[in-house]
Design a protein around this ligand. Structure first.
Ligand SMILES: [Zn+2]
Length: 420
């Protein structure tokens, strides 16, 4: 009989009781641990005395009302799957139960998420609003969710392989996402969102109200990221950052094409303001942000290029064995000058957080440590091919995207270019 194995306290067994668990009296002895301990044999019957001792009156009455089959009934005890009417487990009823659980949890979200504000936004396509709704209800088939139901599935992010693919990673912290957000008209540094859930971040965008610019652009970027992720997972395609941003901008304009021209202009101005502390270069200049990640004589470095309209113009990464961090910090400036020459740029600002390297580059006749001499000469030779190059020092705080990419290059031995 199954009752031999059913635990009195932990297993749901009293079918018509709320939660199927009868309530124990306070300070009940814990010696009786299985349902079978409550049953006397020949004839098979409930041990009334024990049941009254152990359980509150209500529960005791319900137990005693439960029919106990005896040997003559020839009925095997059976485990019941309560969500299905006949008690047998089926995949269909399992999925139905999952959906019902999701629906019931939406009442919790309703309390805290500004759904009304979101559904009232008119100048965005409904498919993107529904997509955001799915994200918040955890309705996307990301690998972390699949891993809850399928044992042994690889849950790594397929874009970077450096983290588990959860919502926050794929939409805010993957190196590909970080670069896309920074390169998008939002110009947003997603590290400011660390520790926040997707739902909190999106609710934050909606709290800005006004024209909901941040929400609209942000959700278009997320939509484009999701399409890109699926392209990689299902078709093995590696899309460029530039094409992901183009896709996001397409949906943003598609959404706002219903607006009159002056309102559209107001949108763009607000987006520029949202670009925050990062200063775009003047017209006709390109700014190249560079950064390095160094670990035990190996380094990865990266350059990210943007123009005066804060549009993303490309990026590149490289990794190498180096003798010191300063060597890597110099090599990344060389990478930036390579980028400048290959892209035929004429006026560039190379912005780095390596104060010493920038100082060396700006002092034409200053002292150059021997270890950097060869590299500095190469940088100067390349810079001479360009109309104007400025080397500028800036704190890392404003340089997060190139730093994320540099770390990515270090962990992936990555050597690649993305051009606009
Ligand atoms: Zn990733």
């Amino acid at each position: 009989m199954v009752t031999v194995f059913i635990l009195l306290i932990n297993d749901p067994w009293l079918i018509n009781h709320p939660n199927s668990m009868p309530e124990l009296r306070e300070h009940t002895s814990k010696n009786i641990i299985k349902v079978s301990d409550l049953i006397l044999q020949i004839p098979t019957r409930w041990n009334e005395e024990k049941i009254h001792q152990l359980f509150q009156d209500n529960s005791a009455a319900q137990i005693l009302n439960t029919y106990l089959p005896d040997a003559e009934d020839n009925i095997e005890d059976q485990l019941l799957w309560k969500p299905h009417p006949n008690g047998t487990f089926s995949c269909k009823s399992f999925i139905k139960t999952l959906k019902m659980n999701q629906r019931s949890s939406s009442s919790v979200y309703n309390d805290t998420f500004p759904w009304k504000n979101m559904w009232n936004i008119k100048d965005i396509t409904p498919n993107i609003l529904v997509f955001i709704w799915r994200i918040i209800h955890e309705g996307l088939a990301i690998f972390q969710n699949l891993g809850k139901h399928i044992k042994g599935i690889n849950q790594d992010c397929r874009l970077c392989s450096t983290a588990i693919e959860d919502l926050e990673h794929i939409f805010f912290h993957c190196p590909v996402t970080t670069t896309t957000f920074f390169g998008s008209p939002l110009g947003c540094r997603t590290e400011r969102y660390s520790g926040m859930s997707c739902k909190q971040i999106i609710a934050g965008w909606l709290a800005e109200k006004g024209n909901y610019e941040a929400f609209k652009m942000g959700s278009c970027v997320m939509w484009a990221m999701w399409k890109n992720r699926n392209d990689k997972v299902f078709n093995g395609k590696n899309n460029s950052i530039q094409s992901i941003i183009r896709e996001a901008i397409y949906w943003f304009h598609y959404s706002s094409s219903m607006l009159p021209e002056d309102e559209l202009q107001a949108h763009i101005t607000t987006l520029r303001k949202a670009a925050g502390k990062w200063k775009p270069p003047e017209d006709n200049w390109i700014k190249l942000n560079v950064d390095v990640a160094f670990d035990n004589y190996k380094a990865g470095w990266a350059v990210v290029a943007r123009d005066s309209a804060t549009s993303f113009k490309g990026c590149g990464t490289n990794s190498h064995e180096v003798l010191s961090p300063i060597e890597a910090e110099t090599r990344v400036v060389l990478l930036a000058t390579d980028f400048t020459v290959i892209s035929r740029l004429q006026r560039v600002i190379i912005e780095s957080d390596a104060e010493e390297v920038i100082k060396i580059l700006n002092e034409e006749k200053g002292y150059i440590p021997w270890i950097l001499r060869e590299l500095i000469y190469q940088i100067r030779a390349k810079a001479r091919k360009v109309t104007e190059v400025k080397f500028v020092f800036n704190k890392r705080d404003w340089n997060v995207v190139s730093h994320t990419l540099a770390k990515y290059a270090l962990s992936h031995h990555s050597n690649m270019w993305w051009f606009s």
